[in-house]
Design a binder for this molecule. Structure first.
Ligand SMILES: [Zn+2]
Length: 154
């Protein structure tokens, strides 16, 4: 399994480790992104799903089409509740496939994993497309703004 091969467990320090969970995302543009978990002693942890989304958004790609999540043993995992909502925010209205069985190539729709997702009720499909267009515009401006601040301060 390709996602498993991307796992690279590493104890960065006594307080930081990463690489025990790997998430691979295929975007609606067909690009592949992966992310790893990062756990620190500060109690602030980064799930692999959010790490992969961060990579996707950093490349100005915003919609997830497929996702795989594996642990250090190569076992498939489902996203935690916190990530489910986050992942759904980066889905189109139809949702996307999450691999649930590698042997049987079985998938679940992300909406089935969090059927009461509040975002489903907030917009219709048409509204969603307008919302997403505005969201991308704002995100793009925010990235330009933060990038200019960083460049001025470096
Ligand atoms: Zn999570």
């Amino acid at each position: 399994m390709k996602a498993f091969k991307l796992n690279h467990q590493h104890n960065i320090s006594p307080f930081i480790n990463s690489g025990y969970i790997t998430c691979v995302i295929e975007s609606s543009k067909g690009n592949i992104y992966y992310g790893t978990n990062i756990v620190t002693g500060s109690k602030i942890a980064m799930c692999a799903e959010k790490s992969a989304i961060s990579s996707m958004v950093s490349n100005q790609d915003y919609i997830i089409k497929k996702m795989v999540l594996v642990n250090e043993l190569g076992e498939l995992l489902l996203p935690c509740e916190n990530c489910l909502e986050y992942l759904l925010d980066f889905s189109d209205p139809e949702g996307f496939e999450v691999l649930t069985s590698a042997e049987k190539e079985k998938t679940a729709n992300i909406h089935d994993l969090l059927p009461d997702y509040w975002g489903t009720f907030r917009t219709s499909k048409e509204d969603w497309q307008i919302f997403f267009f505005i969201y991308k515009l704002i995100l793009h401006q925010f990235c330009k703004y933060t990038s200019s601040i960083l460049q001025n301060n470096l």
